[in-house]
Write a protein that binds this ligand. Sequence first.
Ligand code: SAM
Length: 249
Amino acid sequence: MTNDEIRARFDAENAAVYTQRLRLCLPEDEYSTQLMLQALEPYLASKEEAYILDLGAGTGGSCRHVLRAFGNYHVTLVDFSQNMLDEVPNVLVDYSGRYTTVQADIWEVDFPSRAFDAVVASFSLHHGRGETVYANLYRKVYAWLKTPGIFACRDVVDGDTPELSAMNESGWRQYLQQQDFSPQDIERLFSNYQCEDSPISLRQHLALLTTEGFNAADVLWKRFNFAIYVGLKSGGQAAGLYKERIPYS
Ligand SMILES: C[S@@+](CC[C@H](N)C(=O)[O-])C[C@H]1O[C@@H](n2cnc3c(N)ncnc32)[C@H](O)[C@@H]1O
C-alpha cells in the first residue's frame, strides 16, 4: 500500500472504536504501556515543564497515559489522518490545554531543534518503507530532542531473517487464537499486516539510531513481533536512574 492508501484507510476507520480494537490485538499491552512510561520517567520527572512529541498519535490513546502519568507536561500529537485527530478531544477530554494536534506526515514533518524532552511513537512507524525513511526520521528526531532526551518506540518489528519473522508471527497468531479471535478475524489481521505494514528488524533500528547520532540504543521489551526500543541522546550525561523495574505481569 502507498502512503496515500494508508491514510485513506485510517480516514475511513471508525476512530471512536479503532484504538480499543487495536489494544485487544496486542500482547502484554498493559505491561508494555507501563514500561514505555518508565523509560520516559528519568527524562521528564525532574522537570517543571516538559514537551513530548507523539508521532502517529492516532486518537491520542497512548498520549492519555503519558498525560496522566506526568505532571503538567505538554504533548504534540502528529498524525496524517484528520479523521483520527478529530477524535482526540474526546479521548483527551481531561487534558485540555496540555496538547496540540498537527495534521502532517511523519516522514515529512519538521520541528525546531531541541524542542522536545521525549519523542514517542506507538504502532505507527511500521508503515515506513525501507531503511532510508527511518534514517531520515531518526536524524530529525535526534535534532528535535533536548539533551538529555529520549526516543521511545513501541511497534511491530520484523525478524532478522524470514525464518525468525515466521516464528514471531506464529507466536502472535497463537496469542490471537487464545484471545478468542475468530479464524476470519485472524486472517483479516494478517492480510492487513502483510499489505499495509513494512516493519524492519530491531537490529536495523538500533544500527540506524546510532548511525544517525543517538548515543545509546537498546531494546526494552520484545514479545513475538512486537517490541519497545529506545534511542538516548545523552550528551555523555545520564538523565537519571531508572526506578526498580515494574513487576512483570
Ligand atoms: C495503529 S494506529 C496507532 C495510534 C496510536 N499511536 C496508538 O498507539 O493508539 C497508527 C496511526 O499512525 C498514523 N500514521 C500512519 N502513517 C503515518 C504517517 N506517514 N504520517 C502520520 N501519521 C501516520 C495513522 O493515521 C494512525 O492514526
